[in-house]
Design a protein around this ligand. Structure first.
Ligand code: SUG
Length: 457
């Protein structure tokens, strides 16, 4: 092969990380459903603005697209999930099912209306083809069994992922893990891939809250969401070897302070691991294990408690930022507006940008307040999938964001979404109808076929 042909070949395999953001669904509301997620608990009962929430999400996607990053979208799920209410014994026509649930079990009605699928960091765990022996991208949709409202997601998530990543020569889909506490799995929020460039082989850091069978003590106040056994099962499914994986326990004290996922206290990208000193039960052992496996030197960026308290980390979501690679080797940190409002955290970010030992050189502030009030920052809203150009070309549907798709999605939100939603509005049969109409139109717009399991009467 001539040199020219070789470089052409490697260019066509150019690997880019695509951030697939979840579109916020039309029933976005504040139901206080997530015990241990302090923002969700604190904002229960507030009036939500689904339209603003969806537009904030789209605006974040547009900013990143315009800055040159590859941006994708994942559709929301159909809510209310009337099928789930029927499974739980509510009978009659749709309006009666909603009315009875509102009357007899308002907490269940809230759960089946949650727009929680917007937090796509919890949709699945993904292994890029560079790390897989069969050269395919591997997916396991998360079972999200810790809470009822999120347990409703994986069935549709698996269908959506199968519709978008449908080409079997490039993509492999594994069964959702058994939805039982021993295999509690919350997806990429507890998984970080560290590597040189995105196309180079990586090391997978799986962070778990507890070990189901044996293990050391966990948190006492709030629940854990990821087990070691779940993380190990995913590594097995994806064919990852010991040399490619590190399993580390979260610091139980952090979970008790509201760090319900590892991505609330750490974020990695390429060789950089930005983390709070309370992130891991055994910080040194975790870093040593990573160093022993990584081909390129690890760049740990440690934020000590003296600089940012656990409480500030949780309230500002500094670590729930996106860390993105730029062509010149520098990195950009995408933080929520709350970071700028907190003097200490903002100062820490400025220090990080100035420090010479890490490649983080720019900060981008995005307002995702509607999602933040439910405990979802910039990093929660996206699922990272590193894809070669051939894999990007094999994607099903119209799911990579460009100017035109952004315009279509914005107009779609403006056509269908309410700007006010209270928990009392959730029983309105009209809301269910509006949601169905909107999602029907969306599946056509995205060209992914009917991924929703049920129709209204
Ligand atoms: O699972 N909140 C979500 C937030 C998920 C954030 N994701 C990541 N950290 N990756 C959760 O706790 C709250 C819904 C409510 O209260 O209405 C909620 O489900």
């Amino acid at each position: 092969m001539s040199e020219g042909a070789m470089s052409e070949g490697s260019m066509s395999e150019e690997v880019r990380e695509v951030n697939f953001d979840g579109l916020v669904g039309p029933t976005h509301n504040y139901a206080g459903l997530a015990h241990g997620n302090v923002a969700s608990m604190r904002h229960e009962g507030l009036t939500a603005n689904p339209r603003e929430a969806a537009l904030q999400g789209l605006d974040k996607m547009k900013s990143l697209m315009e800055a040159g990053y590859a941006q994708g979208v994942l559709p929301p799920q159909q809510r209310p999930d009337l099928g789930a209410l029927r499974d739980l014994g509510f009978t009659g026509d749709d309006a009666s099912v909603l009315a009875r649930a509102a009357q007899e079990a308002p907490q269940l009605l809230r759960a089946v209306c949650s727009a929680s699928s917007m937090w796509t960091a919890n949709a699945a765990t993904v292994t890029p083809s560079a790390d897989a022996s069969d050269g395919r991208v591997h997916f396991t949709a998360a079972n999200l069994q810790s809470s009822f409202h999120r347990y409703l997601e994986p069935r549709t998530t698996a269908r959506v992922l199968a519709a978008m990543f449908r080409d079997e020569t490039h993509f492999a889909h594994h069964p959702v893990l058994p939805a039982t506490p021993a295999f509690s799995d919350e997806g990429a929020a507890n998984h970080t891939r560290l590597s040189g460039a995105h196309g180079e082989p990586g090391v997978h850091l799986f962070v778990y809250g507890r070990q189901a069978f044996g293990g050391q003590h966990g948190p006492t106040r709030y629940p854990t969401r990821q087990t070691l056994e779940a993380s190990q099962a995913i590594a097995r499914q994806h064919g990852l070897s010991d040399a490619q994986t590190v399993f580390a326990q979260q610091n139980p004290e952090a979970i008790d302070a509201g760090v319900f996922h590892n991505d609330v206290i750490a974020v990695g990208n390429g060789p950089v691991l930005l983390y709070h000193d309370m992130a891991f039960r055994d910080e040194d052992a975790t870093l040593d294990a990573l160093r022993a496996r990584m081909a390129s030197p690890l760049i740990p960026v440690r934020v000590p408690s003296e600089a940012v308290s656990l409480e500030d980390a949780v309230s500002t979501y500094l670590f729930n930022s996106q860390l993105l690679s730029n062509p010149d080797g520098s990195m950009t940190l995408v933080v929520p507006g709350e970071c700028q409002e907190n003097e200490t955290v903002w100062r820490t970010i400025q220090d990080l940008l100035l420090a010479g030992y890490n490649p983080i050189s720019e900060v981008l502030v995005k307002d995702v307040k509607q999602s933040m009030r439910n405990g979802g920052g910039p990093a929660c809203l996206r699922l990272r999938v590193a894809l070669s150009s051939a894999e990007r070309q094999a994607l099903g549907g119209r799911v990579l964001l460009d100017e035109a798709l952004h315009g279509d999605l914005t107009a779609w939100v403006e056509r269908h979404y309410r700007d006010r939603l209270t928990p009392a509005d959730l029983a309105d049969p009209q809301l269910a109808q509006e949601s169905l109409t909107a999602l029907d139109e969306l599946t056509q717009l995205l060209g992914i076929g009917n991924v929703y399991p049920f129709q209204l009467e």
